[in-house]
Design a protein. Structure first.
Length: 97
């Protein structure tokens, strides 16, 4: 579980990151979760945008992706989800304690 200080730090790190995944009208599926896992392993911090044609609840969508990928939700702002997961092999982000 991330502390408030760690979430603030990660939000700052994610500010200039572009969304690399999109959730469309098909919603969350196993392929999207697999792509999120791979992206998190490579980058540790990713943004996912929820398209306007997706009618699912944003919080439920974020929770489904995060639990499927084993990640932490940093923030849900507008239609953008920020996720963090510590990389096993490419660790770059050092969280404040």
């Amino acid at each position: 579980m991330l502390s408030g200080k760690q979430k603030r730090f990660l939000r700052k790190q994610a500010h200039n990151v572009k969304p690399i995944l999109q959730v469309g009208k098909g919603g969350v599926n196993s392929n999207l979760i697999k792509q999120a896992e791979d992206a998190l392993e490579a980058r540790e911090l990713i943004k996912i945008s929820i398209l306007q044609n997706n009618s699912d609840d944003k919080n439920a969508t974020a929770e489904e992706i995060a639990s499927g990928a084993g990640a932490e939700i940093v923030q849900i702002i507008g239609s953008t989800i920020i996720l963090y997961k510590e990389s096993k092999e490419n660790k770059e982000i050092v969280l404040p304690s």
